[in-house]
Design a protein around this ligand. Structure first.
Ligand code: NAP
Length: 314
């Protein structure tokens, strides 16, 4: 194992927690700095994972964290901007800081998670353009000093994700109609276990250097079809009403003004780009429909299924 000591940035998030466990199980030593380590109870008990409280956005802190590591993995990302966290700061400036810290500490291996459809020039949203810029930046530097691999997943699902679970929560409460924006947006949802396994395999693979891997699941769905799958699993009687484009946009304008920003204009713009590989990406094998059906068969009573999801979130 050439890259034994790994600095995992963004390891406190959904994908990061799964990746930390996968890496620890494969014998890597993982350092996971984050803002709120006390929230990661499930990782605390594992040998091979060191949790630290740190502000990784500070260059000095990041430099210190890089000491003694052979590889860096970056999963830091945001879906919505806030006054403190702008897309440029998180997806571009932070990536520059990582590259600088790797150069200072002569770290030669860098893995980076971008997003399917990310494109600096033609991305349909600020999210996708900033993700594309960060990815290009990392690969430009990668040609010189760093062995870089980046990953472009479609939407990622798992028992503790925020995509399926968020809609499951909303549909459970819905008694009549649910007005769904962008119902025809297309996705090839990919399972978190497949994503982290593919990433962990790549660490030691020389043929992955300089590569950008689109990651998709085996099936393509519209957003409305995904919600229908969730509805079936939950035995919900909520009727999903797909909104036309003008009302989808209006919904985004209204919801982005409310606390929590459930849906923003930038999210709406991201949904204009299909999140599918269309035969060009790495197809991971786990099927969303089997996954959802599996859960509902195992926990066939609605209350059991809800309890199961709550347990996974703890
Ligand atoms: N999940 C998907 O469906 C999906 C699809 C395509 C691409 N991606 C990309 O994959 C990566 C991981 O996604 P995820 O679902 O695991 O996201 P997530 O659960 O939201 O985790 C994001 C991570 O970034 C960290 N982070 C965000 N803002 C930060 C800030 N200002 N300072 C320090 N840390 C900050 C979070 O730290 P805290 O825990 O402290 O907030 C967390 O560790 C992201 O880059 C995302 O864009 C995800």
């Amino acid at each position: 194992m050439k890259h034994r000591n790994i600095l995992l940035l963004g390891g406190s998030g959904f994908v990061g927690r799964h990746l930390a466990i996968e890496l620890a199980q494969r014998g890597y030593q993982v350092t996971l700095p984050c803002r709120r380590p006390h929230r990661l109870k499930e990782l605390k008990v594992l040998t091979g994972i060191t949790l630290l409280e740190a502000n990784i956005l500070q260059q000095e802190t990041l430099n210190d964290l890089c000491t003694g590591h052979d590889a860096v993995i970056n999963l830091v990302g945001i879906l919505n901007e806030s006054t403190k966290a702008r897309f440029r700061k998180i997806h571009v400036d932070f990536v520059k800081s990582i590259v600088a810290a790797c150069q200072t500490h002569k770290i030669k291996r860098l893995l980076h998670v971008s997003a399917l459809g990310a494109n600096q020039a033609s991305g349909s949203s600020l999210y996708l353009r900033s993700k594309g810029e960060g990815e290009n930046l990392i690969h430009t530097f990668g040609q010189k000093d760093l062995q870089v691999t980046s990953f472009q997943p479609s939407v990622i699902f798992g028992a503790d994700d925020s995509f399926i679970n968020r809609f499951a929560g909303i549909l459970k409460l819905c008694k009549g109609f649910f007005p769904l924006a962008c119902p025809n947006s297309r996705f090839s949802p990919v399972y978190v276990g497949d994503v982290v396994s593919f990433m962990a395999d790549s660490i030691e693979q020389p043929h992955s250097h300089g590569q950008r891997y689109p990651l998709c699941g085996p099936e393509t769905y519209t957003l409305k079809q995904i919600l229908q799958l969730i509805n079936q699993a939950q035995e919900s009687s909520c009727h999903i009403l797909g909104l036309p484009d003008s009302l989808s946009r209006l919904q985004a304008i209204i919801l982005q003004m409310l606390p929590g920003k459930l849906f923003t204009l930038d999210n709406y713009r991201s949904l204009q780009t299909p999140s599918t590989c269309d035969g060009h990406g790495t197809s991971c094998h786990t099927s969303l429909s089997h996954f959802i059906r599996g859960l509902s068969t195992q926990y066939n009573k609605k209350t059991d299924y809800d309890r199961y999801r709550q347990q996974l979130k703890r």
